[in-house]
Design a protein. Structure first.
Length: 286
């Protein structure tokens, strides 16, 4: 299976699933204790897990070039993650996720100038189908911006989308020069170090055992997703995996139905079908 051309896609799909579970947990945490505190404790557990599972000795020596990219990616991750989780406390989840999926479209057209990849026709078709599916699933949420809308939340998620597009490009570059274990270790440690700067002023303790457990669970989801996506992007070009990002809507529909008894509407099924078609289009050879 590891030799299959579809193996990176499987890794990416599983990575998106774990990130979707992370979004659910972090939205609840951010509403309960504030965005910064939710991020701080999630990254605190992430740093602890990284030290326990991937000691510096096991990770091995890191080159100066790789350390620079680790640091740049950590700073970018801190900013864009805060913006996204902040937006979840201001606007509906569907609206936030829908707007955030502008990122793969931006990434697709940045892949050529920044990565030297030639954007193939099937990648363009995949992006178009996937984004159309997003519009269908989200429905009127994306187009319902008016004077009563939370423009601060909308602005936060739009800025997140731009930063996430750059993040996906950097993820491809990073995955080519660093092993997944190394990436997981340094990202968790460095992001936590950055968040420590504001801890004395912005962090509050979790109120109960459930919040402590949720922080640990979010860290586990984040580490698993990062490892899977790093392995995927190490094995395939960015343009092949971009449309897989849209599969988050599939997981959202299934998880909503399973955990919250949310109905699967015709609109959701149609949009999900377009997203699946986009994912399949990305697998076709030119």
């Amino acid at each position: 299976m590891k030799q299959s051309a579809h193996f990176p896609v499987v890794l990416a799909v599983l990575g998106v699933l774990l990130y979707s579970l992370l979004d659910v947990v972090m939205k609840a945490q951010a509403l309960a204790m504030g965005t910064y505190s939710a991020m701080f404790w999630r990254m605190g557990f992430g740093a602890l897990f990284a030290l326990l599972l991937f000691s510096p000795r096991r990770v091995g020596p890191v080159s100066r070039r790789a350390l620079k990219i680790h640091s740049l990616r950590a700073a970018l991750t801190t900013l864009m993650t805060y913006l996204f989780f902040f937006s979840l406390t201001r606007i509906p989840l569907a609206q936030a996720v829908g707007l955030s999926f502008l990122a793969p479209i931006i990434t697709l057209f940045l892949a050529a100038p920044l990565l030297g990849e030639r954007v193939q026709n099937n990648a363009k078709i995949a992006a178009g189908l996937g984004f159309t599916g997003v519009i269908v699933v989200v429905g009127g949420e994306l187009l319902s911006l008016d004077a009563s809308s939370d423009l601060l939340g909308v602005a936060a998620v739009l800025l997140f989308a731009l930063l996430y597009a750059l993040y996906l490009i950097l993820q491809r570059k990073h995955s080519l020069i660093a092993q997944p274990m190394e990436i997981v270790f340094y990202q968790n440690i460095l992001v936590f170090v950055i968040l420590l700067c504001g801890a004395p002023f912005l962090v509050s303790l979790p109120d109960n055992t459930m919040q402590w457990g949720a922080a640990a669970l979010a860290a586990a989801f984040a580490m698993g997703s990062l490892a899977l996506m790093s392995m995927a992007y190490r094995r395939a070009e960015a343009q092949k995996l971009i449309s897989i990002e849209y599969s988050a809507f599939i997981w959202a529909a299934l998880l909503g139905w399973w955990f919250f008894a949310e109905g699967l509407t015709v609109q959701t099924l149609l949009g999900t079908g377009l997203i699946v078609a986009g994912c399949l289009a990305s697998l076709r050879k030119s």
